[in-house]
Design a protein around this ligand. Structure first.
Ligand code: GTQ
Length: 349
């Protein structure tokens, strides 16, 4: 189309673009196909980090700054194709947070929702709106939008967890609000385990009606329970050729994702599992919890072991496999896409 243009048209057009550019105008026809692609073409890269490589840096950060001064001592995983943007996918942020013995990460709240996946150490707690929960390796913990939260480590070991937040999504929407609690720790108003007692036993308080859009009242999904479920499911259910034994975490009062903006899954890949290629429009961040395995796309592969973090952007076909047995946690903005009727998947034979 452009090549059939008369001789001087190209230079006339360039001059025209320059003139209208001064009025902050630009022609659609030069960008139409990247604005409205035939299928998603994420700018994000596929990328992974081995925990063994990152951990020494995190411990070094522990010597350089205290949790109180930092407010949150986190090393952010940055997508190499989006350096400087503090994000791993277009919608999600991920990082490793370290809390040393005796430290407190002071109470605050914000509109961004967070999830934690505990990776190392025992003895720390996280508090959500006045209820504390002990953090144990593998526990999946949520901090819903605008809930007060502080983290403390009264134990004697460094505690490390993976943070996942919808920071880039809220930045895109310009919907960020935050405030600090006047004290470092929020008063404890409910006993530990209260939320799981009230909402975790296939029961709910008699008059409870879930909000139309809201987070799960359960804020710790203990790994002991998740692992037991995976073990039992793997004995009974036939294995999904793409996902292995894949389960998603629920808000038990609605069946929706635990956080409106973030869905989370856990997969058990049985020994010798060789997953078929799969792609979906949500960009997914994975963290291996147990065992080891491998992820392959057409032009990238990554061998992972426990605590390694990796990501696959929207619409990139990938295969998961494991020689022995692996448990893999993952999260993405899938509930956002589903709420808007945008989510698609393709199971490739
Ligand atoms: O623990 O509250 O990784 O506010 C980034 C922002 C963690 C947190 C992060 C946060 C937090």
């Amino acid at each position: 189309m452009l090549s059939s243009a008369p001789g001087n048209t190209q230079s006339e057009r360039q001059a025209f673009y320059a003139r209208i550019g001064a009025s902050h105008l630009t022609p659609l026809w030069e960008v139409l196909h990247s604005l409205v692609p035939q299928s998603p073409r994420s700018p994000c890269a596929t990328v992974g980090w081995h925990y063994d490589e990152v951990r020494p840096y995190l411990m070094e950060a522990g010597r350089l700054i205290g949790a109180k001064e930092a407010e949150r001592r986190v090393l952010i995983f940055e997508n190499p194709a989006l350096r400087g943007h503090s994000c791993l996918t277009q919608t999600l942020y991920a990082g490793l947070q370290l809390l040393l013995p005796g430290e407190v990460a002071p109470s605050h709240r914000h509109t961004q929702s967070a999830l934690r996946l505990v990776l190392e150490g025992e003895g720390a707690y996280t508090a959500v709106d006045g209820e504390r929960t002990v953090m144990r390796p593998g526990d999946f913990i949520i901090t819903p939008s605008m809930t007060w939260h502080d983290h403390g480590n009264p134990g004697d070991q460094p505690v490390v967890w993976l943070d996942g937040l919808d920071i880039p999504l809220l930045r895109f929407l310009d919907a960020g609000f935050a405030e600090k609690y006047p004290d470092d720790t929020h008063p404890v108003t409910r006993p530990e385990g209260d939320a799981n007692a009230r909402f975790g036993g296939n029961l709910a308080p008699m008059d409870y009606t879930p909000p139309r859009v809201g987070a799960s009242p359960i804020f710790n999904y203990p790994y002991a329970q998740t692992r037991e479920t995976l073990t039992k499911v793997s004995r009974g259910a036939s294995v999904d050729p793409h996902h292995g034994h894949g389960l998603r975490f629920l808000n038990p009062t609605t069946g929706a994702a635990p956080i409106p903006t973030i869905g989370a899954c856990v997969q058990l890949l049985p020994p010798g599992f060789k997953g078929r290629p799969y792609r979906a429009t949500d960009s997914r961040i994975f963290c291996c919890l147990e065992g080891e395995g491998r992820i392959d796309t057409d032009d990238w592969s990554f061998e992972f072991a426990a605590r390694d973090v990796f990501t696959v952007p929207s619409w990139i076909a990938h295969r998961l496999s494991s020689p022995s047995e692996a448990v893999v946690f993952s999260f993405s903005e899938r509930p956002v896409q589903q709420a808007l009727g945008l989510w698609r998947e393709e199971r490739i034979a």
